[in-house]
Design a protein around this ligand. Sequence first.
Ligand code: URA
Length: 195
Amino acid sequence: MKEKKLEELKSECQNCMRCELGKTRINVVFSDGNPETSKAILIGEAPGENEDKTGTPFVGRAGKLLNEFLEKAGISRAEDLYIINTVKCRPPQNRVPSDEEKNLCSEYLLKQIDIVNPDVIIFCGSTALKSFYSKKIPISKIRGEILEIEINGKTRKCVPIFHPSYLLRYHSLEEGSPRYLMLKDLEKIKTLISK
Ligand code: URA
C-alpha cells in the first residue's frame, strides 16, 4: 500500500523540473530503505556525486560511515529506516541546497513523511534540522534531544543528529567526542523505535 503510493510519487519526481537542479542531475535520489517496516525516517542534506550516479542516498564516504554507526547501534538500514534528503537532486559542487530549492522540493518530502508515517524523524545534520526547526540553535547544542514538531498538521517526534560528513573529520570515540555522541544518539533512537 505504502509502496504503491511511493512508486507513484517517485515517477512524478523523476520528471520534476521545478528547480534548476533538474537540469544537472543524472538521477533523482528518491529514497532508500523499506517503507513498510521502517519506524524512522532519516533526512539528510542532499545527494552528492555517488548518490547522483546511483540514485540511492548515502552511498558515498559519509554513507559508509553512517552505515557503520547504524550497525554499532543495532539499527538496520534496510529494515528500520527510510532514508531521504531535503532535496532529491544533487546541487552542483555539492553546495548546500538553497531555501528556494528546498521549498520547491518540500511537497515530495512531506508526502513521503505522510505516507511512511514514521514514529520518529531523524534530522541528519543542520540542513535537515533547519528545514523543520526555526530556532537558531546549533546542531551541537540540540543533537540527541527529542523535539515535538508539527509537520503537515501532525506532531512528530524528531531527533537531530550529527551529519556523518562532520564525523569524517574526527576519529576519536572517547567520551564526549562527536563520534561518541553520534553513537549515543543512535542508541537512543534505537530504543524509541523498539517500543
Ligand atoms: N549526504 C547527504 O546528506 N545525503 C546523501 O544522500 C549523501 C550525502
